[in-house]
Design a protein around this ligand. Sequence first.
Ligand SMILES: [Zn+2]
Ligand SMILES: [Zn+2]
Length: 335
Amino acid sequence: MADGVSPLYPDDVAVPVPSHGDVLVRVSVCGVCRTDLDIVEGRLTAQRYPVIPGHQVVGTVEAVGDEVDDFHVGDRVGVAWIHSACGRCAWCRSGRENLCPYFRSTGCDENGGYAEYVVVPAAFAHAIPAALPDASAAPLLCAGAIGLRSLRLAELVDGQPLGLTGFGASAHLVLQLARHRFPASPVYVFARNAREREFARELGAAWAGDTADEPPERMAAIIDTTPAWKPVVSALERLLPGGRLIINAIRKSPADQGVLESLDYARHLWMEREIKSVANVTRADVREMLAEAAAMQLKPSVEEMLLSDANVALGRVARGEGVRGALVLDVGNRE
Ligand SMILES: [Zn+2]
Ligand SMILES: [Zn+2]
């Protein structure tokens, strides 16, 4: 992407046929996620190529397979990163289907929503609340759901300071969710881009600065959504004793991995500081996010682009350029 290569190309693909238990969804919009870039740039490997990316899909049910009772033709549904999980392993049985060894992802293991149609098991499709327009619902399916999961893993108590490093699609939703759930907690945002810092302040951040700037105080939890390592190291230094760093990234860039050599046990890790990664999402995360967004009237900031501009959209995510909130590809307006 960095050298201007266009990794995605348009192609004519047969409309998939829903098997037993599946729904066929006619796609209206599909959110763009940094993970799409990880797939396109090879940090995340699909099981077969070519593959259609996109895992924040909103559309309407076009057809259903046998024994689908929950959804009917015309229903508005969402498809998230979790395309299926086995339902039988220890993780699935303990409410952690996101960690299932047989987890299959939308837009990587299975074809996703940068397309006119997508198929998903009905049990893994999500009803979209009427209060949420298609383009607002799309970023909730990954950026929002994994943000909600990150916030839960942060185990914040109202009043404790929260930090966010990076301010893209997920963080701009986490900030609003955190302000809603923990009104007494100040939220401090670290972002390289001045426009992102301004945006964070508009959404209620108590302070916003560059990664290297000194925040007003140390934090009980910090959620990192950057692709880099430097913010991880500096976040550890800014945690209170017993604080938690939640890394919300499916892959990290190797570009600045060398900074990890500067890790100092006393400065960055001692005092029971914890580091936890976030992996995938459960269906419950997605549904909780959709319901809470509808209830609190959360309005994701979205910019819509045409599906035919998918390469341009990915390029902008890669460079972190001029994206205020989330990018959403408009698929339904293709005619
Ligand atoms: Zn995603
Ligand atoms: Zn499982």
